[in-house]
Design a protein around this ligand. Structure first.
Ligand SMILES: NC(=O)c1ccc[n+]([C@@H]2O[C@H](COP(=O)([O-])OP(=O)(O)OC[C@H]3O[C@@H](n4cnc5c(N)ncnc54)[C@H](OP(=O)(O)O)[C@@H]3O)[C@@H](O)[C@H]2O)c1
Length: 263
């Protein structure tokens, strides 16, 4: 898909990947509606990209998503592309997880993407044109211990993407699901970084991941898994999940220690 002059909503635009993706889309001539809860950084990011419209909003409620969609449509007209990138994560033993955090993870990572898609879809259907790009995670195919709530939300996002893609199969609206492995961004707190080093977790630079996302958009891919061997293990986990249980057991023992630490 060509991005020049397309109206693109990008959520999570103030985040580690979001600000790089915003700049890449801007370079290609997109008209940007940049969304984030972090007003200070969002305004800074939008201020550097001529014509970009900053929308400070909260994706964790249906009302917040409707307001965001309306603000984007008022600013730049009908939405050509929605990129659901905003997300949040928690790394804890599930029995210690704050119930409010469980709710928020599902609200932002899954329901936020679903509600915003619902808000922009009628116009896409009317024009028989559009793209919805959901940024999931390898954890949306291989659930990881101590990232249980996060993994569940990303499994849901993958299911949502698959269902909506099949629903729109005979239209010119495409639904893409992109699943990076770990990326060096603020999403990964100090505890996660220390656990990642102790378990030798592969971590990509955000610039590389954004480049892969841009290539996926260029080529209208349906599902993209970023990083080897993680992409290979996605298939193994479907066919031989007990093998993956065993392969992850030693890593889980190390990770548990970090999951139990205070922030
Ligand atoms: N980093 C990784 O290892 C990794 C790996 C695989 C997939 N991903 C996925 O990639 C996406 C981007 O991650 P990232 O690494 O760029 O994370 P990040 O640096 O933490 O950025 C996420 C952005 O989303 C915003 N956000 C959170 N809750 C929101 C809400 N309710 N309404 C509006 N904005 C909200 C955050 O704002 P605040 O800072 O104010 O909360 C933040 O600016 C996420 O969906 C993540 O799950 C990341």
């Amino acid at each position: 898909m060509k991005m020049n002059d397309k109206h693109i909503i990008l959520t999570g635009a103030a985040g580690g990947m979001g600000r790089i993706l915003a700049a890449s889309l801007h370079e290609r001539g997109a008209r940007l509606s940049l969304v984030d809860a972090n007003a200070g950084v969002l305004n800074e990011v939008a201020g550097e990209l001529a014509g970009a419209h900053a929308i400070v909003g909260d994706l964790s409620t249906a009302g917040g998503c409707a307001e965001i969609a309306a603000a984007a449509q008022t600013g730049h007209g009908p939405v050509d592309v929605l990129i659901n990138l905003a997300g949040m994560m928690s790394f804890r033993c599930y029995e210690d997880e704050d119930p409010a955090m469980i709710e928020r993870i599902v609200q932002v990572n899954l329901l936020g993407a679903m509600q915003l898609s619902r808000a922009v879809l009628p116009e896409m259907v009317e024009r028989n044109s559009g793209r919805i790009i959901n940024v999931g995670s390898v954890f949306g195919s291989i659930a990881f211990a101590y990232f249980t709530a996060y993994s569940a939300s990303k499994f849901g996002l993958r299911g949502f993407s698959e269902g909506l893609r099949r629903e729109l199969y005979d239209t010119d609206i495409r639904v893409m699901y992109v699943a990076p492995r770990a990326v060096k961004t603020p999403l990964n707190t100090g505890r996660i970084m220390r656990m990642g080093a102790a378990t030798k977790m592969n971590m990509d630079d955000p610039e590389l991941v954004v480049k892969k996302i841009m290539q996926a958009i260029d080529n209208d891919r349906k599902e993209v898994y970023i990083g080897f061997p993680e992409s290979f293990f996605v298939g193994i986990n479907v066919r031989f999940p007990r093998l993956v249980d065993k392969a992850l057991a030693a890593q889980n023992r190390i990770a548990r220690k970090f999951a139990k630490e205070e922030d």
